[in-house]
Design a protein around this ligand. Structure first.
Ligand SMILES: Nc1nc2c(ncn2[C@@H]2O[C@H](COP(=O)(O)OP(=O)(O)OP(=O)(O)O)[C@@H](O)[C@H]2O)c(=O)[nH]1
Length: 431
């Protein structure tokens, strides 16, 4: 019987009822003309789902303009990626950046980043984190609940229902192993007995929590390192800069002195975006004019943070696709140069993963891990996908710590990752 089931399962995977196309094959290398300093990045892999709430997924089309968060937009944002002569090369701009470097920023009390989501949240009664998590994961949980309800039309659990459930879970990106462990557990405990959808969701939540518990690890800022250097890496538009802002806010609120480094020297808008976050959180920002060498900037930033006794230095980097060898080499160089100032740094290299990129995230973890020595993950935009199960696939395959997850653009929408909460929210067990 098991044998029959396995054959049926493979057929369903690759045969009569295939899973939707896997976007993981890397997009072809851009053959478009390259700029003198740096090739224009091809767009990041397309999301599998309908675009999320507002601007975010738009940002991942070329150019990867990250600055659509209110307060961050500039005229420059309209510039196509890589076009010559943007205003950031003007004397005024350069002076502005240099002035910003010279003038110590006035301490500004941290204010939450305004966003359509946080504004809406302010109007409504304030949600606690679990409620926001459950709201953020609603697309995923609705899709799952709908799929499970459609499968469990009969009371008594039979093999056909288990096979269909396996499909539902695989299509939600939980991965084959998690899907089979859920159905194996149900087969073992419930076969030929009455089962409700709530019981199925409870089994799913249990399995998800079991897989995620070992990777749900907080980001430990070791005070022995001063500064504790965090390098933020990821593909274009995955949420690096926004995550840096949210992290800076959290760390400042804990009483740590934070310095930021605008290492995405390729985009003026990214530099400005970080400066806005710096003003909001009272963190000084080390920046250079667009086009400056990113590793040189990282060197300066570590040197300055050390001289000023900062507790934490967070270095932004330009978004890059993992299959762009020369850009990944540039990242390796940044790491090498940081080590010249402090051989133990970076103390954390965080990969931000956009949950809407689906299966491609697996290859991002693998290649960024190999080239940049990723120490932990931040998964953003879980609110923009119905396939939040991808986090479970990544945890099972790579076992890297997941420090934070993002379920919105607001400053409160990033929280330390907790396996149980995530499991309950995604399985629609918000009670
Ligand atoms: N809905 C939602 N949007 C998010 C989340 N995190 C980030 N964003 C949005 O995603 C967009 C891109 O974020 P950025 O932080 O600029 O991304 P980036 O990785 O720095 O981008 P590049 O510098 O182009 O590589 C912005 O509009 C953010 O507001 C999240 O958890 N949920």
């Amino acid at each position: 019987m098991t044998e029959n089931r396995k054959i049926g399962f493979m057929e369903r995977l690759f045969g009569a009822k295939p899973k939707p196309a896997d976007p993981s094959p890397a997009p072809p290398e851009a053959e478009a003309p390259q700029t003198a300093d740096r090739p224009a990045d091809p767009p990041p892999p397309p999301p599998l789902d309908t675009p999320p709430l507002s601007a975010p997924t738009e940002d991942r089309a070329p150019p990867p303009d990250a600055s659509t968060a209110p307060g961050n937009s500039t005229d420059m944002d309209e510039e196509p990626h890589g076009l010559a002569g943007p205003p950031e090369t003007t004397v005024e701009f350069v002076e502005e950046v240099e002035d910003a470097l010279e003038t110590p920023p006035e301490p500004v009390p941290p204010i939450p980043a305004p966003s359509p989501l946080s504004v809406a949240a302010d109007a409504a009664p304030r949600q606690n984190w679990f409620q926001r998590l459950a709201t953020g994961l609603k697309r995923s949980s609705d899709q799952l609940t709908g799929g499970i309800t459609a499968v469990f039309t009969k009371k008594r659990l039979d093999e056909a229902m288990l096979e269909e459930l396996e499909d539902v879970l695989i299509q939600a990106d939980f991965g084959v192993e998690t899907a089979t462990s859920v159905t194996d557990a149900l087969r073992r405990d419930r076969f030929d007995r009455d089962v409700t959808t709530a019981e199925v969701r409870a089994v799913l939540a249990g399995e998800v929590a079991r897989v995620l518990a070992p990777v749900a690890r907080p980001l430990d800022i070791d005070p022995a390192h001063k500064p504790f250097v965090i390098l933020m890496v990821g593909v274009n538009g995955s949420g690096k800069t926004t995550t840096i802002g949210k992290l800076a806010q959290k760390l400042s609120a804990e009483g740590k002195s934070v310095m930021l480094a605008a290492g995405d020297t390729f985009r003026a808008a990214a530099i400005e975006q970080l400066q806005v976050w710096g003003r909001r959180t009272g963190a000084p920002v080390v920046a250079k004019p667009t086009g400056a060498d990113a590793s040189g900037l990282a060197f300066e930033a570590v040197t300055r943070a050390r001289a000023e006794g900062s507790d934490v230095l967070i270095i932004d980097t330009a978004g890059r696709l993992q299959n762009r060898d020369e850009l990944m080499s540039e990242l390796e160089k940044i790491v090498r140069v940081i080590k010249k100032v402090d051989p133990t740094a970076p103390h954390a290299t965080l990969l931000t993963l956009d949950a809407t990129t689906g299966q491609n995230a697996l290859s991002q973890v693998e290649i960024f891990g190999r080239r940049a020595g990723v120490s932990g993950l931040v998964m953003t935009k879980l609110d923009g996908t119905a396939r939040g199960g991808i986090l479970v696939s990544i945890a099972r395959k790579h076992g890297l710590p997941v420090h934070f997850i993002g379920v919105g653009e607001g400053v409160d929408d990033l929280e330390p990752f907790k396996a149980d909460d995530f499991a309950r929210a995604i399985a629609g067990r918000a009670e």
